[in-house]
Ligand binder design. Sequence first.
Ligand SMILES: [Zn+2]
Length: 93
Amino acid sequence: MKRFRDRRASDQLSCREVGKVLQAYLDSALDDLSARRISAHLEGCRRCGLDFEAFTQIKAALERRAERTPEDPGVRRLRAFVESLVSGTADGL
Ligand SMILES: [Zn+2]
C-alpha cells in the first residue's frame, strides 16, 4: 500500500515552508527547534534534500567567488537563481 506524505501539521513542515526558510537554515539563522524540524524534513524529503544540496553548493560557490571577483556575471546568475527559488517560483513538484 502506498502512503502519501504525512500531513500532521503540528510537527511536519510542508515543502513550501521548508523552502521559505532554507536559506536562513543554511545561514544558521534559525532557532534550534526550527533547525531540527528542517533537518528532519530534509532527511525524509528527497526534493527538499536536493534543493538543500543545490543551495549549499551555490552558497559555497558564491562565498568562494565573492572573495575574488564580486562582479562575476556567473555569480549574478547564480544569485538570481537562488532568489527565484526563495521567492517560491520553484514551488510545484
Ligand atoms: Zn520537502
